[in-house]
Design a protein around this ligand. Structure first.
Ligand code: SGN
Ligand code: CA
Length: 531
């Protein structure tokens, strides 16, 4: 007999893992298969919490996400969910391994993961789960541990994307349609065809709303009449900030491409310092079928003409850029929200809602114009924080959690759900105790998080930095720049926009010292080898 009830039980000690299960355990699992929860991990790419109406941000009020809101109403919205490195590939490596970037080897976008590390789906599969990943994989290594997969090539394409699958002999095969819908279809097909005698773990990884934000043609008119509010810090001049803020290249005014990002294909020359060629936009558009492309031209053509005719300059031009960026971004989100609705609907109509944990998150946060930026990478809230909503069958509904959680926690959580013990090298914590308490912090929950960003030289030129945060304060250490290392300290409660760097402020001396001690502790315990 299996000793532990499955929900909220804590991990079952499977001494034989990651080897084969003992016959007794395998038998016990067979007998209890029906009780083990299924897992659906839905992860978007660059989806900001500002763009989910359940989070209540002014932006999302004008572009609601009803299906995500439903998930939050039926589950727990995490308001203090963070990543350990705000970039796609490292975040995916963390999800798959439960390791910090320096432990998995995936520190940068283009880096290579250590191919000897164990992937969570490998452990789940050994424990009797059927495993699948549909959508963005975005690591240079091959997917491991999946019974089924359909993965995009690198960043993937919005229209007619190519997919490599467990059936395609290593080949990428184009599929007609819009990427978000196609990924959803693969997910639903997996749910239809799966082995119904086994629990499953399904990762649904959208490309959207990643740059360059090409919406589904059916949504190109959505929000065209909405004027979205500018964020409070849109005109930040970085006064009192250090080199990192001055040298980054993620400004809407200077770095967002008029052609590739904002889709003004009529321009002969790129007027910003973005290195994107018109060919990059044309390539994306050329993947549309002729009807779709005609509709695109008929929609964006006249809009672009009117824009060019108006010859906007300065502030007006900047605001025009912002509106086009946000509208296209939120149109992409609309498709994502539809996808979530479709999956929830499927679970309802197939009796799966009661035994499936549904998790919604993004690979990191994203700037929606705060500080004048797009992209992510910084340890500041907009990019460090990521949306996270979890619906647990029979769990508390409509709750908001303030517990400090991090993407390192997905691996131990999913293993806990499956009754598998987390590997000793995983630093994250199972979220099941938090979920059990309706989002409240369990006894002895963590007080600090560690963050480390490494990806430079790279397109957006964000300096390397590591740092530590608790629920209120944040200490960031930038290094590797030309002007030498420096630190920043913020009081997130008093200064949520992180405009006042308090490092060196005598009134905060003790608090800064406390966080510095924590940072030193993380560095030594985690054997951080550069900072
Ligand atoms: C691409 C984008 C960058 C973006 C990275 C990382 N440029 O390189 O703007 O920061 O991806 O994004 S693009 O010209 O190719 O659009 S991530 O989400 O994959 O980490
Ligand atoms: Ca991303």
């Amino acid at each position: 007999m299996r000793q532990t009830p499955l929900a909220f039980s804590g991990a079952l000690l499977l001494a034989s893992l990651p080897g084969t299960l003992s016959p007794e355990i395998a038998q016990a699992q067979d007998n209890n298969e029906s009780k083990r929860l299924n897992i659906i991990h839905i992860m978007t790419d660059d989806h900001s919490y500002q763009a989910i109406s359940a989070y209540g941000h002014p932006l999302s009020r004008q572009a609601p996400t009803p299906n995500l809101d439903r998930l939050a109403d039926e589950g727990i919205r995490f308001d203090r969910a963070y990543v350990e490195n705000s970039l796609s590939t490292p975040s995916r490596a963390c999800l798959m391994t439960g390791l910090y970037s320096h432990q998995s080897g995936q520190r940068t976008l283009e880096g290579l993961i250590d191919t000897t590390v164990t992937f969570v789906p490998e452990l789940l599969k050994k424990a009797g789960y059927q495993t699948a990943l549909m959508g963005k994989w975005h690591m240079l290594c091959e997917p491991r541990g999946f019974d089924q997969y359909y993965i995009l090539n690198g960043q993937g394409e919005y229209y007619t994307p190519v997919f490599k699958s467990h059936l395609s002999n290593g080949e990428y095969i184009p599929e007609e349609g819009y990427v978000t819908d196609l990924i959803t279809d693969h997910a639903i097909k997996f749910l239809e065809e799966r082995d119904k005698d086994k629990p499953f773990c399904l990762y649904v990884h959208h490309k959207a709303p990643h740059r360059n934000w090409i919406p589904d043609i059916k949504y190109v008119d959505l929000y065209e009449d909405v004027v979205f509010p500018l964020p409070e810090t849109f005109h930040d001049d970085y006064a009192g900030k250090g080199e990192a803020e001055r040298v980054q290249r993620m400004r809407i005014d200077e770095d967002m491409s008029m052609i590739y990002d904002l889709k003004v294909r009529e321009l002969d020359e790129e007027p910003t310092r973005a290195k994107h060629t018109s060919g990059m936009l044309e390539w994306g558009l050329s993947r549309m079928d002729s009807t779709t492309l005609a509709k695109w031209m008929a929609t964006y053509g006249p809009r672009n003409e009117a824009f060019l005719k108006s010859d906007l300059k300065g502030e007006e031009l900047l605001e025009w850029k912002y509106q086009r960026y946000i509208r296209d971004y939120l149109r992409c989100i609309r498709s994502v929200d539809d996808s979530v609705g479709e999956i929830l609907e499927y679970l309802d109509s197939h009796g799966l809602a009661d035994n499936t944990i549904v998790v919604y998150t993004s690979d990191q946060g994203f700037y929606m114009g705060e500080h004048g930026w797009f992209d992510k990478r910084f340890m500041y809230e907009e990019s460090y924080r990521t949306p996270l909503i979890i619906r647990y069958p029979g769990g508390k509904a409509g709750r908001v959690s303030e517990a400090l959680v991090q993407n390192l926690d997905f691996a131990p959580t999913y293993l806990d759900v499956a009754g598998v013990q987390a590997l000793p090298q995983m630093s994250g914590r199972s979220l099941l105790p938090v979920i059990k308490k309706g989002g409240k912090e369990p006894f002895r929950w963590r007080k600090y998080l560690y963050y480390h960003y490494y990806d430079i030289p790279s397109e957006h030129n964000v300096l390397k930095h590591d740092g530590v945060s608790d629920k209120r304060y944040k200490l960031i250490h930038f290094y590797g720049g030309e002007e030498g290392d420096y630190s920043e300290f913020y009081d997130i409660k008093k200064d949520p926009n992180e405009l006042s760097n308090l490092y060196g402020d005598k009134r905060y001396r003790r608090r800064i010292a406390r966080l510095q001690r924590q940072l030193d502790k993380f560095r030594s315990e985690l054997a951080i080898d550069e900072y």
